[in-house]
Design a protein around this ligand. Sequence first.
Ligand SMILES: *[C@@H]1O[C@H](CO)[C@@H](O)[C@H](O)[C@H]1NC(C)=O
Ligand SMILES: *[C@@H]1O[C@H](CO)[C@@H](O)[C@H](O)[C@H]1NC(C)=O
Length: 507
Amino acid sequence: MGYDKTVARNMSRIEARKLSVALLAGCCLVILTYFISMSETTVDQQPSEAFGVGADEEVEEQMLSLQKPEREKKTEDAHETSAEERVHDDSSSTITHATAKEEPTETNKPNEVLIAAERSDGERIQMMKPPAEPICDFSNPRTEFCEMKGDVRIHGKPSSVVFVSPQQQSNEWKIMPYVRKQMENIEKVSVRTASSPEGVPSCTINQTVPAIVFTLGGFIGNYYHDFTDTLLPLFMTARQFDGEVQFLVTNVQMWWFGKYQQIIKRLTRYEFVDLDNSDEVLCHPHVMVGLRFHNDLMIDPARAPNGYSMTDFTKFVRSAYSLEREYAISLREQPDRKPKLLLVTRKGSRRFTNVPEIVAMAKGLNYEVVDEDASFGDVAGFVGMVNSCDVIMGVHGAGLTNFVFLPMNAVLVQIVPCCELEAMATHTFGFPSMAARLHYLEYNITVDESTLLQLYPRDHAVFTDPQSIHKLGWMDMEKIYLRKQDVKLDVNRFRPVLQKAMDLLRR
Ligand SMILES: *[C@@H]1O[C@H](CO)[C@@H](O)[C@H](O)[C@H]1NC(C)=O
Ligand SMILES: *[C@@H]1O[C@H](CO)[C@@H](O)[C@H](O)[C@H]1NC(C)=O
């Protein structure tokens, strides 16, 4: 059956992606370096805006900087603020993945006890006692994650976690409870070990379920970041407990619990604790600080609890919102039906300037077109419409995050604005949608389709030397390419992409 072939092809792509994710974890080779910077607009996002579904939000993403392979170069430029990450390049796929997580680092190396042993040939040798499980994993370039089982006490207001265990050497770490560890405006959580309870605050509340400590600071409030920075990492960290887990949260933003209540309810049956405003000493038998994270909107099943994958996540969110469609339309089985195309329009920058022309072209190809700006108050109502679609198309932006609600086998078409934003665009939505078993099509606009041509002469460096703009840092780059640019789609040049999407639904 043609459909199986498609799935098989997609699966092999997913396998390739898995390897790439593993490579990222190994972080042996840095070819692309992305910088993330804090944008005032995201950080100061108003709660009133937060109830939108986000087509109009920026993907305050990584600043593309091909020139800066060394992370040490960070923050020499005032504009390249808070954070930075390494992202693999496909050309690095030939390097074998050498080290994964859980390598003891200088700070968390356990007591090494030399013991004498006798080999079978009688010669005495010295052996290392097997090291105790390290508590914290610092191997991921993006995150820090600690996990403790036993007598763990969390003192709310100072955000201090103490693990009392006679096996542990005294040690202390400062952990960023957010999946971008270079973030600067988030309080770190202190995690320390104590070999005896002496001097450690006594429990004022004893709980029997595991706890996860994380923050709702950072870029939360941007639809894309809500998913890649909290909801997916929470799924990876909490889902395995099937609701029997409590969230201990810093930088609480109440709207987040309302907006994503369907998802949160499925992850925990317990009230969250506002750690910043709690003076209790909470005791849990199992505590995680930080969230599991592999890559943006990606899961590497080999490293995830229960082998979770992106399709497990999308299946989970479909179920949380009671979305019915698991698979997109098959035009082979139903050749007379019109596939439904969601055209994600934006209100701010990166708008289509010729929506009616695009709609007419798509209708001419026999699509039923839904043209939405996605500024809906209730996520639940909107995602039902998304799930009813077979193709979603839009200019690079947070609204494309809605792909997580599409049925499998559907098509995501990302329109990439000029100039040289392709790597960022593919990283943000390309790899993730393919891992979710969607088809992914990318359309790079030409300079002629960019409204930047009305602002800069054609021989300006903006067009002739985009790297010189990228090199200025994220803030300057985004001001031009992401904030000032709209797209006048050349429907004749674009038409084959929608034809290809139709072909993909026909298999
Ligand atoms: C919590 O449990 C510990 C150990 O069993 C006990 O000593 C302590 O009194 C308990 N605290 C509360 C508030 O129940
Ligand atoms: C878009 O541009 C990128 C980078 O130049 C390239 O790898 C990709 O193949 C292009 N996509 C299409 C559909 O032309």
